[in-house]
Design a protein around this ligand. Structure first.
Ligand SMILES: [Zn+2]
Length: 500
């Protein structure tokens, strides 16, 4: 999809579908819709009334363009209330434009450059947000399909005279890089477990390093090396599978002086059957997405090489498959993690925290200023927050606030939740230092986070993001996030890292 900014009168652009926005209170006070209505001899107001179109967020009103205009159709898209987030409204409207054009078999769109140049939603930010949604909405995963869908060919963002077109172009460029990273993550998640093995994940990391040039390096460790590092918890999860485990360590090093180092750990269970604590069939259907945290890390690194932020980043993935077999770990088995703590494994389906325990321990060797992990860790988080919000657990409020805020700005919703230490009693084991499941059926995402905290050094600033809800959309989330892998977290992490 080609995206360009063009200055001029939006009603004179040659295109297939013209998209203008309107605020709820201003349908007929908006300069474009007012003129459109005049050109249509007042028909637009009539149609709006008949269709109960009130310019509520996401509502659409479509009609054939007046003869005098050089376009086929016009769509008015609701931006909701004036006081709502302009950037997110711009995203949602842009996504709707793409969806509608595809449905109508149209390949070219001209869209109003939403908002005004304003500190909060500068031309760059708005153009970046619009580009993100335009490209994300156009995403399709058709590797395994004979019938490929059509994509949008061209989008012209039409800017009024006063707008800063040069900044908008920068925003488009940035938005494209963020989406390229998100797309990498989406593709990795959508690829079925048969093909998305730990080895394939490692190859993807190598490929990212290769195309990123000197700044992104990767190291892959095999089973023998992982054994040498004493990662007994991670090995326990991997031992039931025929596929070989791969421990992946990516590093991005800026070419200029830098002050901060961060480490991002992603859960990389390429398929989670539950192990001997086998999941019911229906719960297993989407378990190819259990490496979504890893996919987010790889998506992030795709972007880092191109954005070159002044922060060093480690990306760490303990990739393996969780399968039942004669070699699989049994409930009741006790293993020793890399930091020396012993773990009683009571449920082999609580495996993510085992792989993360060793990955988090490894990450702290590099003394990062901040350590963040992303994991499709618990069903409990989805029960609590629903399918679209991630939960953030952190031992540092500043860090957690910054992550939540970065998420707000990118339209990836996250909510800070308590790392309530009194619940540690629920994961105490009779026979080992700790156990991998809680003795209570409640608060499962908190006890999972507390389990991870057992592997975090006391001085380490750390946040755990449970993305089990939004990492994989079982129904479309919004106009630019359709079914399947969402790449959740890539854009938020980029924003957070750039602002460190
Ligand atoms: Zn599991």
């Amino acid at each position: 999809m080609e995206i360009l900014v063009q200055k001029g009168d939006i009603l004179e652009v040659a295109t297939d579908l013209l998209v203008v926005g309107a605020y709820e209170s201003e349908l007929l006070h908006d300069p474009f819709t007012e003129r459109l209505n005049e050109l249509l001899g007042g028909k637009m107001t009539k149609m709006a009334k008949a269709q109960e179109f009130e310019a509520k967020l996401g509502q659409t009103l479509i009609f054939a363009a007046p003869d005098k205009m050089d376009m086929e159709y016009v769509m008015v898209v609701g931006l909701g209330e004036l006081k709502s987030s302009v950037v997110e409204a711009a995203r949602l409207a842009s996504g709707t434009a793409v969806q509608m054009a595809k449905k109508m078999g149209l390949r070219k769109i001209a869209i109003e450059f939403f908002g005004e140049d304003h500190e909060e939603f500068s031309a760059k930010n708005t153009a970046e947000a619009m580009t993100e949604a335009l490209l994300l909405a156009d995403y399709q995963f058709n590797v395994y399909k004979k019938r490929k869908g059509v994509s949008i060919k061209e989008v012209i963002i039409v800017a009024e005279d006063g707008r800063d077109a040069r900044s908008a172009e920068k925003g488009i460029e940035k938005g494209r890089i963020c989406v390229d990273g998100t797309t990498v993550a989406r593709d990795l998640v959508n690829t079925p477990g048969q093909d998305m093995t730990p080895t394939r994940l490692a190859e993807a990391a190598e490929e990212i390093s290769r195309i990123s040039g000197e700044t992104v390096k990767v190291e892959i460790f095999d089973r023998a090396q992982v054994e040498k590092m004493g990662m007994g918890a991670y090995l326990a999860v991997a031992q039931g599978a025929d596929s070989e485990l791969k421990f992946i360590h990516l590093t991005y090093t800026p070419t200029v002086d830098y002050k901060k180092t961060v480490a991002v750990v992603g859960k990389g269970v390429t398929f989670d059957s539950g192990g001997l604590s086998l999941k019911p069939g229906s719960s297993m259907e989407t378990m190819k997405c259990d490496m979504a945290g890893a996919a987010t890390v790889l998506g992030l690194f795709t972007a880092l090489g191109r954005l070159q932020p002044k922060v060093a980043v480690h990306g760490i993935i303990a990739a393996c498959e969780n399968m039942p077999s004669g070699r699989a770990i049994r409930p009741g088995d006790i293993v020793k993690s890399a930091n020396g703590k012993t773990i009683e494994i009571l449920n082999t389906d609580a495996e993510g925290r085992l792989t993360l325990a060793d990955a988090l321990h490894y990450a702290q060797k590099f003394e990062p200023d901040y350590l963040v992990d992303l994991a499709t860790l618990t069903g409990a988080i989805v029960v609590g927050l629903g399918e679209e919000i991630a939960g953030v657990f952190s031992n540092d409020n500043v860090l957690s606030n910054k992550l939540v805020k970065a998420g707000e700005e990118t339209g990836e919703d996250m909510c800070a939740l308590p790392l309530h230490s009194a619940y540690k009693k629920l994961i105490q084991s009779e026979v080992a230092d700790i156990q991998n499941t809680s003795t209570s059926r409640y608060g499962g995402s908190i006890t999972a986070a507390l389990f991870l905290s057992e592997f975090i050094n006391s001085s380490q600033k750390w946040a755990h993001i449970d993305i089990a809800g939004p990492a994989f959309a079982e129904r479309p989330m919004n106009s630019y996030t359709g079914l399947g892998g969402t790449g959740f977290g890539v854009r938020t992490l980029i924003r957070w890292i750039e602002e460190l």
